[in-house]
Design a protein around this ligand. Structure first.
Ligand SMILES: [Zn+2]
Length: 472
């Protein structure tokens, strides 16, 4: 059976025990179907709660009997889908354990592909993600995607259940992407990656950061949320009941290309006056008269933030910026991307750097207020450089937001919150997209326990699997 890239206009096959949303597995009609349904629910609960809940807690969460859960756990362990860690706790005199990832269990590969670099992580059930490769690239599709594809293929094996790729640009039907900064137009990522029948989930970075925020961050349990991800420029996601909306062509959330920034200059996307031209790394560079717009200069933008932090007398990136650390864990929210701290920025005037940060924060806050007027969300979350803008110039950001709000909204302003996931949002979202495709009766139905010699890098033959698209 042939795999293909997930189409953004398809309904995702996602099961979430917290929501039991439409689009989940259909209601089972047989005892075998009920067992398969409950296997999905149990694995989903283990994954969504970070593999930290005891069997007793999961039994209560899922409203199943203790005996049923015991049988399910034993069966899932036999299939190498779960492994239970003993604890010191007892429930009604009986020991309980913590179900978590199995040493030969399913693995998701997650990629964060940015304008100048990428990270590749291996992820387990429960959300643990370990970055195994990071590279800069030359900004061309071939220069970025061919080494990335080679690194991904090296990691494929019997345990691989899919590859999730976050990209810094709009993703259209069939996984075709544009990255205006780099003059990438109609780039077919799947064709470059050549991963055969391995499920490939390609989505926009801001959309995936929003998905991660809904699953493991500050949009968890929020009915209507707006997530804004700031990198070189600005993207977003409209998250409804835990899922980013897709839209007619899969590109809902391109808020950075709405005329909210106050300017009239032509953006590389083709539109005029885009908000993203006033918010993000490129905006900081432009404000100081430095070259901007070609997917280069990240280290300089980081330098501007450091100088601004010094001028403001506070640490930069309280929540987001620590040096890259291969091996950090997505569940902790620690770690940063591979670009942080690289290169030596030109000498910068701290006062001018702080002025640039404040100008960007002002434009950011002003646009957030406009979005709130139109969308009426329960919360707005910020990731990437948005966390630094909030940390370094939060007063400017909130004042501009408040000033943009309709008068009746000002008495109860919306919550604007920095992400709790550090800079791992897009990578974590790429992982979630893969597990959303796998944690279904269809996905589990074709899972086969790998040989005990299988490792994450084992590239021996894999069982064929049908397509399980998850679109974001
Ligand atoms: Zn634009």
């Amino acid at each position: 059976m042939t795999r293909r890239a997930a189409r953004p206009d398809e309904e995702a096959s996602t099961t979430d025990p917290r929501a039991e949303r439409p689009g989940s597995d259909p209601e089972p009609r047989t005892s075998g179907g009920l067992r398969a349904h409950n296997r999905v629910r149990l694995l989903r609960a283990v994954h969504d709660t970070g593999a930290r809940r005891t069997r007793s807690q999961l039994t209560r969460t899922l409203a199943l009997s203790r005996g049923t859960v015991s049988v399910l756990v034993a069966g899932l362990a036999e299939d190498a889908l779960l492994d239970e860690t003993p604890t010191q706790e007892h429930t009604r005199g009986r020991p309980t354990g913590i179900p978590g990832p199995h040493p030969y269990g399913p693995l998701a590969l997650a990629v964060d592909l940015r304008e100048d670099s990428w990270d590749l992580a291996v992820c387990e059930l429960g959300g643990s993600a370990t970055i195994v490769r990071s590279r800069t690239h030359d900004g061309t599709p071939e220069g970025a995607l061919l080494p990335l594809a080679a690194a991904v293929r090296e990691r494929l094996g019997p345990r691989t259940v899919g590859v999730g790729v976050s990209v810094a640009g709009p993703v259209r039907a069939g996984g075709v992407i544009d990255i205006p900064h780099l003059d990438w137009w109609d780039v077919d990522v799947a064709a470059h990656m050549r991963l055969g029948d391995v499920p490939l989930h390609i989505a926009n970075d801001a959309r995936l950061a929003g998905l991660a925020e809904a699953r493991r961050g500050r949009l968890h349990g929020v009915r209507l949320g707006v997530h804004l991800h700031v990198a070189f420029d600005l993207g977003g996601a409209l998250v409804v009941d835990g899922r980013p909306l897709s839209g007619a062509s899969g590109t809902t959330g391109e808020y950075g290309h709405m005329p909210l920034g106050g300017g009239r200059a032509r953006c590389r996307c083709g539109a005029r006056g885009c908000w993203g031209m006033a918010v993000g790394g490129n905006a900081l560079l432009r404000h100081l008269g430095l070259a901007a717009g070609g997917g280069r200069g990240w280290d300089v933008a980081e330098g501007i933030l450091r100088e601004a932090a010094e001028a403001a007398g506070r640490p930069a990136a309280e929540a987001a910026g620590k040096p890259a650390d291969a091996g950090t864990d997505a569940r902790t929210g620690s770690g940063a991307d591979s670009r942080t701290g690289s290169g030596t920025p030109p000498a910068l005037d701290p006062a001018a750097a702080l002025a640039a940060v404040r100008a960007s924060a002002h434009a950011f806050g002003s646009g957030i207020g406009a979005l709130v007027n139109g969308l009426d969300p329960d919360a707005v979350t910020l990731s990437g450089l948005g966390v630094e803008l909030h940390s370094l110039a939060g007063d400017t950001l909130h004042a501009a937001c408040q000033d943009s709000l309709m008068a009746f909204r000002r008495s109860r302003p919306v919550r604007v919150l920095p992400s709790s996931l550090g800079r791992r949002g897009p990578l974590t979202g790429a992982m979630e997209a893969v597990f959303d495709g796998f944690l279904t009766t269809e996905g589990l139905g074709i899972w086969q326990r790998p040989p005990e010699s299988a490792t994450a890098s084992d590239s021996s033959a894999r069982p064929g699997r049908p397509a399980t698209p998850a679109s974001y």
